[in-house]
Design a protein around this ligand. Structure first.
Ligand code: ADP
Length: 192
């Protein structure tokens, strides 16, 4: 099976952790837009300077910047046989652009994994992470803003993927290992 996957889920759902683990198990690279932005901000690149004002406030980086960055990354040879997109697409425009980029390369998505967790659990996990990691965008306001944007702009994308028969939902509650196995089992059941 090819594994051209998106992993979706609100901030705090464990999406990044699970994306990295699935990538190892499936032998494909993870493409995390948040990680790429953070690396560029740290490196002081032009992209990083442009992105920082948005990420610090918990706002989305404008679509034209993000879309171009992801299209470039998907064109790299290691993504030819599959990938796990983490943190992208987050808007309807990004989802449209992604479909176009894949179609242009003669490929398409295999599945969209969604991690599901109750809001109280998410907030608890995010506050814990803020204490441990000290991320610039893990302030109270930025966290609230990111959850709002997720609910308004990103969560609705699951409907579109469900309509295309691509959506696979898994419960995000439990031990990290348990959630990974749950995701892999749900994926296997989906792709048959
Ligand atoms: P989180 O999932 O906790 O919001 P991420 O690491 O995925 O964190 O993203 C951090 C920040 O990077 C976002 O708040 C946003 O500013 C920017 N970002 C990441 N992915 C995207 C995207 N697809 N479109 C626009 N901005 C993005």
């Amino acid at each position: 099976m090819t594994a051209r996957l998106i992993i979706m889920g609100p901030q705090g759902s464990g999406k990044g952790t699970q994306a990295a683990r699935l990538a190892v198990r499936l032998g494909v690279p993870t493409i995390s837009t948040g990680d790429i932005f953070r690396a560029n901000i740290k490196g002081g690149t032009e992209l990083g300077v442009r992105a920082k004002v948005f990420t610090d406030a918990g706002n989305l980086v404008p679509d034209e910047i993000t879309n171009a960055m992801v299209a470039d990354r998907l064109a790299e040879p290691d993504a030819a046989a599959g990938f796990i997109l983490d943190g992208y697409p987050r808007t309807a425009d990004q989802a449209d652009v992604l479909d176009g980029v894949l179609a242009g390369a003669g490929s398409a998505l295999d599945a969209v994994l969604e991690l599901d967790a109750p809001r109280e659990e998410l907030l608890q996990r995010l506050h814990k992470r803020a204490e441990i990691e000290n991320r610039a965008d893990d302030t109270e306001d930025a966290i609230r803003r990111r959850l709002e944007i997720y609910a308004e702009q990103t969560a609705p994308l699951t409907t579109r993927y469900a309509e295309r028969g691509l959506l696979v939902v898994a419960d995000a509650i439990g031990e990290v290992d348990e959630v990974t196995e749950r995701l892999l089992a749900a994926l296997a059941a989906h792709v048959g």
